[in-house]
Write a protein that binds this ligand. Structure first.
Ligand code: ADP
Length: 639
C-alpha cells in the first residue's frame, strides 16, 4: 500500500511541475500577445481616425473648391460685370436665383462697391450691409473661400431659419450653454470681389452653403470609412452621421473635457468617448474660420467594439492554446508517471520483499530502459542476498552449536576447578597444620636450615591456598553462585582493619600506609569489600619500591562512596589498563610472577564491585604510580 501522502508523491509532483512548465510559457504568451494586440490596436485605431480626419477634410475642401470655382466663374462673366455696372437690381436678382438653382448653394448675395446688398437669391430685401465684415476683406484684395459662422442677424433676410435652427440638448457632462436653440449657421462661404476693366471695385458676389443639418459631408465620409463623423459649431453638433432614437444625433453638446481641449486650447483630442450609445475611439479637430478663429470641431470616431472583438479573439485563441498546452502537459505527465512511477513502485515493493526476507519474489519491469536494467540488477542482488543469507544462517547455526559446546565445556571446566579447588583445599589445610606443628617445634627440635625450608614451604602453602580461594571465587562468579551478605558496615573501620592486617608486609619494604577515609556507613558484604581492599593495597605494596608511601582515601559523593588506593610504584602501561581486570592477566607475566600472584585478584575485585552495582577502574602513569578507583552505592536498594 502506498503510505506517502498524495501531495508528497512523485507522481503528484510531476503533474504539478508539468503544469507549471506548461503554464509559464502560456501566461507569458498571453501577456505578450495582449500587450502586442493592445499596442497594435491603439496604432491601428490612431491610423484609422487620422485617415477619417483626412477624408473629412478632403470632402470639406472639395466642397469649398467647388463653391469657390463656381463663384469665380460667375464674377468673371462679362454679363455679371455689366449688370452690376448698370446697377440693374432686377437682373442681379434673376442672376442670383439662377446661380443658386444651378450651383445649389443655400443662398447667393450680390454687393455693391460699398458692401451693401443689392440682390439676394432668397428674398427681395436689399440695401443692408449684413455681411460688412466679410466684404471688408475683399476690398482691394482677392476673394476667399472659407468656413464661417454666420450669426442669426446677418442671415435674417436669407429665409434659412428652417435650415439653420437646431434645438440644443445638454447632458450631465456637457458644456453649459445659455441658448436653447442653435440659430447661427456654420457655412462654406465663398466671396469674390468684382472689378471693372479699370480695376474699380464694382461690388462682390457671395455664395454660402450652410452646414447645419447638411449631411452630405458626413455621409460622404461614412461611405468612405463607415465611421462616425460630426461637425460641431462651437460645442453643438450641427451635422452628424451618428443616429440617435431613429434620427441624427444633432443639437447635443460636446463634453467639457473635449471642448476645453479643442475649442479653448486649439489642440486635437484623441481618446475614448461614449457617443450616443456606444464607446468610440475618437479624434476631435478644431475648425478655423478666415480670421483663424476656432469656430467649431470636426469629429471622427470608430467604434471601439471592433477592436475589442479583435482583442477578445486573440484572448480566446490564447486561452485555447493554453488549454491545449495544459492538456499536453497532463498527457506528458501521465506518460512519465507510467514510465517512472510504476517501475519505481515495483522496485519499492521488491525492496519490501527483501526486507521481509522474501528473496524468492522477483520484481517484474518489462521495459528495456534503465528501469528494466535496474530491476534486473535488483533481482540479481536479491538472489545474492538470498545466497549470503543462507550461508550466514548456516554459519550462525554452526556458531550456535560451537557456542553451546564451549558453554558446556566451560561449565565442565568451572565444575572441575570447583571440585579440584575444593579437593585441594582440605589436604592443603592439613599439610599447613602439620608444617606449622613441625615449625613451632611441637614435633621435636629442628635446626635452622630445616626451619628455613619449612618456612618456604609454609609461604607457598599460603600462596597456593589463596590461589585456590580465588579460583573458587571465580568459578562461583561464573556459575552465578557468589552470594553477597549485605550489612551496615563502617568503611573507615574496614580500611583500618585491612591496613592493620597488611602492616607487616608494608613494614618489610618500609612502606608507609596512610588513610584519609570519611566516617561513612555503607550497606555491603563486609568480607568481600575487605577482600577487594586487601587485594588493591597488597598490589600497591607489591608494586611500590621500598620506602614509599601508599594512600587510601574514601569520600562521600552524592549517594556513593568513592574509594581510591594510590601508590607511587611501577605504574601500568596504558594498553593494559583495562586488561588487568581480566582473569590471569598480568602486565608482564615473566617479571611480575616473580612477585607472586596469579592475575586473578583484580578479576575477583571487579566481580565483587559489580555485584554491588559499583564500578572499578585504574588511572596510572608508567614509572610514577597508579590510582585504583572504586565507586559503590551506599544503600543496598541501589545495588
Ligand atoms: P596478581 O595476583 O598478579 O597481582 P591482580 O589481578 O591483582 O593479579 O593484578 C593483575 C596485574 O595488574 C598484576 O600482575 C600487575 O601486573 C598489575 N597491577 C595490579 N596492581 C598494580 C599496581 N598497584 N601497580 C602496578 N601494577 C599493578
Amino acid at each position: 500500500m502506498n503510505t506517502i501522502p498524495p501531495i508528497k508523491r512523485l507522481g503528484t509532483k510531476l503533474i504539478i511541475y508539468s503544469i507549471i512548465t506548461a503554464l509559464i510559457p502560456i501566461v507569458m504568451l498571453g501577456a505578450v500577445s495582449t500587450d502586442t494586440i493592445n499596442t497594435e490596436m491603439t496604432k491601428q485605431a490612431q491610423e484609422k481616425i487620422n485617415d477619417d480626419l483626412n477624408t473629412a477634410e478632403s470632402v470639406v475642401n472639395l466642397k469649398l473648391d467647388k463653391i469657390s470655382s463656381l463663384n469665380k466663374y460667375i464674377i468673371s462673366n462679362e454679363k455679371t460685370i455689366n449688370i452690376l455696372k448698370n446697377n440693374d437690381t432686377k437682373e442681379l436678382k434673376t442672376l442670383a436665383i439662377s446661380y443658386k438653382n444651378t450651383s445649389a448653394p443655400d443662398f447667393v448675395v450680390f454687393f455693391d462697391g460699398q458692401g451693401n446688398v443689392v440682390a439676394r437669391s432668397n428674398s427681395d430685401v436689399t440695401g443692408d450691409n449684413s455681411y460688412e465684415d466679410l466684404f471688408k476683406k475683399v476690398v482691394n484684395s482677392t476673394g476667399y473661400t472659407s468656413i464661417e459662422v454666420l450669426d442669426k442677424d446677418s442671415i435674417k433676410y436669407e429665409n434659412v431659419g428652417e435650415l439653420v435652427n437646431i434645438d440644443i440638448k445638454g447632458t450631465d457632462d456637457s458644456i453649459d450653454y445659455s441658448d436653447s436653440v442653435q440659430d447661427s449657421a456654420m457655412a462654406l462661404v465663398s466671396i469674390e470681389p468684382i472689378y471693372d476693366k479699370n480695376g474699380k471695385l464694382l461690388g462682390a458676389a457671395m455664395a454660402a452653403d450652410i452646414l447645419n443639418k447638411d449631411y452630405s459631408i458626413v455621409d460622404t465620409v461614412k461611405d468612405a470609412s463607415k465611421d462616425a463623423t460630426t461637425i460641431f459649431l462651437d460645442g453643438v453638433r450641427v451635422s452628424t452621421n451618428v443616429q440617435d432614437n431613429g434620427g441624427r444625433a444633432i443639437g447635443t453638446l460636446v463634453s467639457k473635457e473635449v471642448y476645453n481641449h479643442v475649442v479653448l486650447d486649439g489642440k486635437t483630442y484623441y481618446g475614448r468617448a461614449f457617443v450616443v450609445n456606444e464607446w468610440y475611439l475618437t479624434a476631435y479637430e478644431p475648425i478655423y474660420d478666415s480670421d483663424n478663429e476656432i469656430i467649431g470641431m470636426l469629429f471622427v470616431g470608430t467604434p471601439e467594439s471592433k477592436f475589442l472583438a479583435l482583442q477578445a479573439n486573440v484572448r480566446n485563441q490564447t486561452f485555447v492554446v493554453g488549454l491545449i498546452g495544459l492538456l499536453i502537459a497532463l498527457i506528458v505527465s501521465y506518460l512519465i508517471n507510467r514510465g517512472i512511477i510504476k517501475p519505481l513502485e515495483q522496485l519499492k515493493q521488491g525492496a519490501e520483499w527483501v526486507s521481509n526476507g522474501r528473496y524468492d519474489q522477483k520484481v517484474i519491469v518489462d521495459s528495456d530502459d534503465e528501469f528494466g536494467e535496474l530491476a534486473k540488477a535488483f533481482n540479481k542482488m536479491a538472489t545474492q542476498i538470498n545466497i549470503s543469507d543462507e550461508k550466514l544462517k548456516k554459519h550462525a547455526e554452526e556458531l550456535k552449536t560451537s557456542y553451546n559446546e564451549l558453554k558446556e565445556l566451560d561449565k565442565l571446566k568451572s565444575e572441575l576447578i570447583a571440585i579440584v579447588s575444593h579437593e585441594l583445599r582440605t589436604p592443603l589445610t592439613s599439610i599447613k597444620g602439620y608444617v606449622e606443628l613441625v615449625l613451632d617445634g611441637t614435633m621435636g627440635t629442628i635446626n635452622d636450615s630445616q626451619k628455613k625450608c619449612l618456612q618456604v614451604a609454609d609461604d607457598n602453602i599460603v600462596r597456593l591456598r589463596r590461589l585456590i580461594e580465588s579460583m573458587l571465587d571465580l568459578s562461583k562468579i561464573e556459575r552465578g553462585e557468589l552470594e553477597m551478605y549485605r550489612e551496615k558496615v563502617n568503611l573507615r573501620a574496614i580500611v583500618c582493619d585491612v591496613i592493620e592486617y597488611l602492616k607487616p608486609l608494608a613494614t618489610e619494604k618500609n612502606i608507609k600506609l596512610n588513610k584519609e577515609v570519611e566516617d561513612i556507613a555503607i550497606e555491603a558484604d563486609k568480607d568481600r569489600i575487605t577482600q577487594v581492599l586487601t587485594n588493591l593495597i597488597e598490589n600497591a605494596i607489591k608494586f611500590s619500591p621500598a620506602n614509599e608511601s601508599i594512600l587510601v582515601s574514601g569520600v562521600l559523593e552524592d549517594e556513593h562512596i568513592h574509594l581510591k588506593v594510590t601508590d607511587r610504584g611501577a605504574g601500568i602501561p596504558k594498553k593494559d589498563m583495562e586488561k588487568i581486570f581480566n582473569r590471569f592477566y598480568q602486565v608482564d607475566s615473566s617479571t611480575k610472577r616473580k612477585k607472586g600472584g596469579s592475575g586473578l585478584g583484580l578479576a575477583v575485585c571487579k566481580s565483587i564491585v559489580e555485584a554491588h552495582k559499583g564500578s572499578i577502574w585504574v588511572e596510572s602513569e608508567l614509572g610514577k604510580g597508579s590510582t585504583f578507583h572504586i565507586i559503590l552505592p551506599i544503600s543496598a536498594k541501589d545495588q
